[in-house]
Design a protein around this ligand. Structure first.
Ligand SMILES: Cc1ncc(COP(=O)(O)O)c(C=O)c1O
Length: 474
């Protein structure tokens, strides 16, 4: 009987589908290291494809060091291609999640959580929150018994399209907005819809750690693009676009996580033009444009886009209401149709109650006034962190917004030891390696000043610096 390959694969090249089929099974451990794989003849008959198609798939596996050839007797599994048994044991995990580095750190319970780039819940206007919840139940008495549409509540999408048109002159209708449960879901949906194995994806270096895990899981070939306080090197990006035809560039250009850098306005327009010229989508992840300490950042890339090459992800969960977990994706209709289908497979729509509460809370006068207070509170916390670290000799660029300090420790630091001992003392931070697509940046760390109150910040930092001196004497 004919075996189905990947019925929903995005590739129309048959040999790539055979390649994906074989690789997935090798990774899952269905064949072990040094096992002999089915012959070209057998697979060609099973799949009802030409032998050359299977031969090409094996050649590619060989080039990518997944299989080797022995004595002309056939193909064998190269050791190292099989996922570790710990991952394989659970067939659901092995078929889906490969790694999720940041969530592992977040699961550690600690008093001094410098790893959490989230808002201290005490900084939100919690006392007034019940008013909005009550208002929602009064206005929509059936809200608890109603599903949202998959794309998201029309009233909320209408309000957001007006907001972005007024604020940044976005050319955006409500049909070009998808509501998601946080921007993490948005990144995941975009990766599923747009990226197939071996597609080239550009990622900033460093970047938001879970994005590396998501695009890796998709089987993408990742090319790192350095981000510096001055933005990107556009010549490097153009060369990569020309030579490697990337599918997309995932970026976080405003108060970048983890560095805090912002890509200047001049580069934004030029990069949008390059994207259109080389047919590379720009996925702009924008979780905290309102958290600035001096002047507001430049308009998002989406505002410069006239050709539909920018997909804009805007989270509202980071500093407005983490508990509601609301984000949106803005993009043109073609991609939107695919995203809606993917979202319907994921959860059929973000909870309507969350969307309605968010709508009334976000657009209220109180929330908008609250933003000013929030900026001041976070600027004070950033200053405290910088003051506490000022005597250490460690290096960082003072961020103009966002939640994090990206810190360079002395090269001699042993990161595993520092992280392990810190956790023993109830202190967490994010090691730079997990933010690096190349898994280097061994002496960098991300510390967030947004989650702890002023007293905890000072106390935790003092403990951390003294632990560091104890361990490394610097
Ligand atoms: C750049 C970036 N993208 C996405 C997210 C996830 O945000 P959400 O809570 O909306 O899923 C974060 C959160 O830290 C982030 O910093």
């Amino acid at each position: 009987m004919k075996k189905e390959l990947f019925p929903n694969a995005y590739s129309d090249k048959l040999f790539e589908q055979v390649y994906d089929y074989l690789l997935e099974r090798i990774r899952r451990g269905e064949w072990k290291a040094h096992d002999k794989l089915p012959s070209v003849r057998v697979l060609a008959a099973e799949f009802e494809v030409h032998r050359l198609t299977v031969f090409k798939a094996y050649q590619l596996l060989k080039e990518n060091n997944k299989v080797y050839v022995k004595d002309k007797s056939g193909y064998y599994v190269q050791p190292g291609s099989v996922l570790p048994p710990a991952v394989q044991q659970d067939p659901i995990v092995s078929a889906y999640v490969h790694e999720s580095h940041l969530s592992e750190i977040h699961q550690v319970e600690a008093v001094y959580q410098f790893s959490k780039a989230l808002l201290d819940p005490n900084l939100l206007p919690n006392r007034y929150f019940s008013e909005y919840v009550k208002k929602v139940f009064d206005l929509y008495p059936k809200v608890l018994g109603t599903y949202s549409t998959t794309q998201g509540d029309a009233e909320l999408r209408e309000a957001l399209s007006r907001y972005f048109t007024d604020r940044y002159r976005f050319d955006l209708t409500k049909d070009e907005i998808l509501i998601t449960s946080g921007s993490q879901e948005a990144i995941d949906l975009i990766a599923r819809v747009l990226v197939k194995p071996r597609d080239v994806v550009l990622l900033e270096r460093p970047t938001y750690s879970p994005a590396i895990d998501v695009f890796r899981r998709q089987g993408a070939s990742i090319i790192p693009i350095e981000i510096t306080p001055d933005g990107y090197c556009l010549e490097q990006i153009e060369e990569m676009m020309q030579n490697h035809k990337p599918r997309l560039f995932y970026m976080n250009p405003t108060f970048h996580n983890p560095t805090g850098y912002t890509v200047p306005a001049e580069q934004r327009k030029r990069l949008v033009d390059l994207a259109a010229e080389y047919h590379c989508l720009l996925v702009e992840d924008d979780p905290c444009p309102d958290i600035y300490f001096g002047k507001a950042p430049p308009s998002p890339f989406f505002a410069y886009d006239t050709s539909g090459y920018v997909i804009y992800i805007r989270s509202f969960s980071k500093y407005i209401s983490p508990g509601l977990s609301i984000a949106m994706v803005a993009c043109r209709q073609g991609i939107m149709n695919y995203l809606i289908k993917a979202k319907s497979l994921s959860d059929n729509g973000t909870p309507l109650l969350n969307q309605k509460i968010f709508l009334h809370y976000f657009f209220s006068e109180r929330m908008q006034q609250h933003m000013e207070k929030l900026r001041t509170a976070l600027a004070i916390r950033k200053d405290i962190m910088e003051e506490e670290l000022s005597g250490t000799g460690w290096q960082w660029r003072s961020p103009a917004g966002g939640f994090n300090l990206w810190i360079k420790l002395p090269e001699s630091v042993l990161m595993d030891e520092l992280l392990g001992k810190s956790m023993e003392q109830s202190i967490t931070f994010v090691p730079g390696t997990i933010c690096d697509p190349l898994r280097e940046l061994n002496s960098w760390i991300r510390m967030s000043y947004s989650y702890l109150n002023e007293q905890q910040l000072r106390e935790g930092l003092r403990r951390f610096v003294s632990l560091f001196r104890e361990l490394f004497g610097e």
